[in-house]
Design a protein around this ligand. Structure first.
Ligand SMILES: Cc1ncc(COP(=O)(O)O)c(C=O)c1O
Length: 488
């Protein structure tokens, strides 16, 4: 039998820090601290806790408070109470401490970013609230009761019609309302479509490299599909690699490659479509931000060139708000029915009031008006970013066409992506790297700058801070070349 006295846990080891100003009841705070120490393994099985009287004295509470806390933890099975008054950590509690723990990021010693170049957002402050509210009002006033019932798996016909008209006009698609299905954003579109294709015998899905492979990989895994990648060049996916590709479906961002920003030329589009036609594969065209082309009219969607071999996916996440969870697909005819069934099975359809409101908003020209307001704002932000990079970080090489809500800049070859991101964070700048989106390693690092949510002043400030971070690294470079310091 262990000598419990030698196991006595010093009071300080319990790490109890009482909040007497409106916190939880004192016994609950003591319980919570001890429970947490046991769960984390800091108090292993068999360790004896301090007797109640000295602990109470040290904490400045009555003994009854400590007794109550211990009793509760005994009742929960964290502690056992032994004859002689000692209270020990129970062995079952220790077993649970040994179980895998959820990894949480430790408390960050970095300041919160002053400038956050996070991507995948749009300017939420510019959401067209008044116009949206007018559409909500109209819909609620005018929609007959029956429109509030269960939905067609394709979605509300009003929205499918409005979207078909809008997309044919603006994106050069070949859509009729029968081929349009409404989804909860692109995320649901890609996941349900992969499921439908897998059920029809698809085995392999190809994605661009880099791409939003963090979306595609878990979907492929859960469906038992092989995931292969096709390299991306300056102008989008490399068609020489596509020509040799063996895949049932190829997910592409042809109008603005995500994240590198290249655009697939008309010749390259034709080559990809010829591959799809020859092999019977389907191209999933992810047209996630095509509304924003700043230097000229955007090139039309690939779907318009071959509606039988291309499924077109769009989303409201970059134009209205990602929290909307509204997206759409234009599908080859034979996929409409199975997709609509999958959608009904998944969630019985996307919320009807949002669909009807968006239909009203689109057909009254409010969506066009909203985009006409947003484009110059985003364009100025992108220009501010490019100007600041050219002035302060000329060694960084911006990539891609004048479009979208983010910009990739390639790093000079001797700067490591992770090192730059960490140095930027120390200067108060949050920026992401391209590497997490790669499937195979690449020699050159890159940063993804989202600019949609930042004022021009904030963008300039962010790049000044980043330049300071990078100059620190470049100064360090001479040291590690001398072998004095190791950078990583
Ligand atoms: C490549 C790409 N496709 C699509 C989307 C939109 O996804 P969702 O409609 O699920 O919000 C995003 C959003 O960031 C994206 O980066």
């Amino acid at each position: 039998m262990p000598d419990l006295r030698t196991n006595l846990s010093p009071v300080s080891e319990l790490a109890i820090d009482l909040d007497r100003n409106g916190g939880d009841a004192l016994h609950r705070q003591i319980e919570a601290s001890i429970r947490q120490r046991i769960r984390s393994g800091a108090l292993p099985a068999g360790v004896a806790l301090p007797p109640t009287r000295p602990l109470a004295a040290e904490l400045g509470v009555t003994r009854g408070v400590v007794v109550e806390a211990y009793a509760q933890l005994v009742a929960e099975g964290y502690l056992t109470s032994r004859g002689g008054g000692y209270t020990q950590v129970a062995s079952t509690a220790a077993a649970s401490a040994a179980a895998p723990r959820v990894r949480r990021p430790g408390p960050s010693r970095l300041p919160r970013p002053v400038v956050d170049f996070g991507y995948g957002r749009c300017n939420l402050a510019a959401f067209p609230r008044s116009a949206w509210l007018r559409s909500v009002r109209r819909v609620l006033t005018e929609a007959p009761d029956e429109r509030l019932g269960y939905l067609d798996g394709r979605g509300a016909v009003e929205l499918r019609s409005a979207l078909a008209a809008y997309l044919n006009r603006v994106r050069g698609t070949s859509a009729d309302p029968e081929r349009v299905v409404i989804t909860s954003g692109y995320a649901q579109a890609v996941s349900l479509l992969m499921g439908v294709l897998a059920a029809r015998g698809a085995r392999t899905v190809a994605v661009e490299d880099p791409s939003a492979s963090d979306d595609a990989r878990p979907i492929a895994q859960s469906l038992g599909l092989n995931l292969v990648s096709v390299p991306v060049g300056d102008d989008g996916v490399r068609v020489d690699a596509v020509a040799e590709l063996a895949a049932d479906v190829l997910i592409l961002t042809p109008s603005h490659q995500w994240p590198t920003g290249g655009m697939l030329s008309p010749q390259a589009r034709a080559a990809v479509l010829a591959w799809a036609q020859r092999t019977g594969a389907l191209v999933l065209e992810d047209d996630y931000d095509a509304e924003y082309r700043y230097d000229r009219a955007p090139i039309g969607a690939m779907q318009g060139l071959n509606p039988d071999r291309v499924a077109y996916a769009g989303t409201a996440s970059k134009t209205l708000a990602p929290g909307f969870r509204l997206g759409w697909l234009i599908l080859p005819r034979e996929l409409v029915e199975p997709f609509a069934e999958a959608k009904l099975l998944a969630d019985r359809g996307s919320p009807i009031l949002d669909q009807l409101t968006f239909a009203d908003f689109l057909s009254r020209g409010e969506f066009d008006r909203h985009l006409r307001r947003m484009r110059p704002m985003y364009r100025s932000r992108r220009d501010a970013l490019l100007t600041a990079l050219a002035r302060q970080l000329p060694e960084f090489q911006p990539a891609g066409i004048a479009a979208g809500l983010h910009l990739v800049a390639w790093l000079p070859p001797d700067l490591k992506e992770a090192t730059v991101i960490a140095a930027a964070a120390r200067e108060g700048v949050a920026v992401a790297g391209v590497s997490p989106y790669r499937l195979s390693p690449a020699p050159r690092g890159g940063l993804i700058f989202g600019y949609s949510n930042l004022s021009e002043r904030a963008i300039a400030d962010g790049i000044t801070r980043l330049a300071r971070a990078v100059s620190g690294l470049l100064e360090g470079r001479t040291h590690w070349e001398d072998g004095e310091h190791r950078q990583e």
